[in-house]
Design a binder for this molecule. Structure first.
Ligand SMILES: [Fe+2]
Ligand SMILES: [Fe+2]
Length: 152
């Protein structure tokens, strides 16, 4: 199995990548000069590599959709980090999950991936599936890389 497979990546995420509501994430900056959209796509891509490279056998549909929507909170958190249902760091996973449930027909496994990605900051939202663990770790790797490489 290839560590990164663009064909299966696009088979699973094609509709989301084209969706105009998902494209809204291009308007917001995540780290440095990286948009939230690119950040989510990077997390999805690294999640697939981790899953395949380490042969973790996570469900790729849940994994990639959860990764692509994990920061689907749809605001610029730099504007006012304390003003979005509490502090952005702890609040945004819940906001992203509610938005994703409202806009897309995600199942409970995918919702769990989104809701638990900020563990251990959200100490009670512990990842409880392979998919959730992979996205939680991939998000931290990608965030560190984006912050270090694309400092403004
Ligand atoms: Fe996040
Ligand atoms: Fe993230």
């Amino acid at each position: 199995m290839k560590p990164f497979d663009p064909k299966s990546f696009h088979n699973i995420l094609g509709n989301l990548l084209q969706d105009e509501r998902v494209a809204e994430m291009k308007r917001f900056v995540q780290h440095g000069s990286i948009t939230t959209y690119d950040h989510c796509r990077n997390v999805a891509s690294i999640s697939q590599r981790i899953n395949r490279g380490l042969r973790l056998k996570a469900n790729e549909d849940t994994l990639l959709k959860g990764a692509m929507l994990h920061d689907y909170f749809l605001y610029d958190w730099h504007d006012n980090p304390r003003d979005h249902n509490g502090w952005h760091g702890t609040a945004h996973a819940g906001v992203a999950c509610r938005n994703a449930e409202k806009d897309f027909d995600i199942d409970s496994q995918t919702a769990h991936v989104i809701r638990s990605h900020m563990w251990p900051l959200n100490i009670t939202s512990v990842p409880r599936s392979r998919e959730a663990w992979i996205v939680c770790i991939a998000d931290k790797l990608v965030s560190a890389q984006e912050t270090i490489r694309h400092r403004r």
